[in-house]
Design a protein. Structure first.
Length: 100
């Protein structure tokens, strides 16, 4: 069964793209999450992934972010709930992360 996940793309303030994510990211929907990021990256601009409404992020979701952060201008905005997983995983070293 796929975990509930909502992905809403949109324009940013400076010609960039924003992908607003709500729900839980796990192995059941990680491919969908990755595809949504890829569609935004295809625009050739910076992409901000807004994770402030994400309540769970497992290793499959972390892997999706790592795969894209290394080669692209990927920015993450997350709630304090995700601080530990983003730090321990090392994502804070390869992507610009803002905690709100």
């Amino acid at each position: 069964m796929t975990t509930a996940l909502t992905l809403v793309p949109g324009p940013g303030d400076e010609g960039d793209r924003i992908l607003t994510v709500t729900g839980e990211i796990d192995m059941s929907n990680a491919a969908e999450f990755g595809s949504a990021i890829d569609r935004e990256l295809a625009a050739g601009t910076a992409v901000t992934v807004d994770l402030t409404a994400v309540t769970y992020l497992d290793s499959a979701g972390v892997a999706v972010l790592f795969d894209r952060a290394d080669a692209h201008d990927l920015r993450l905005v997350a709630a304090r709930l995700l601080t530990r997983v983003l730090q321990v995983s090392g994502l804070t070293r390869v992507a610009k992360v803002t905690i709100r």
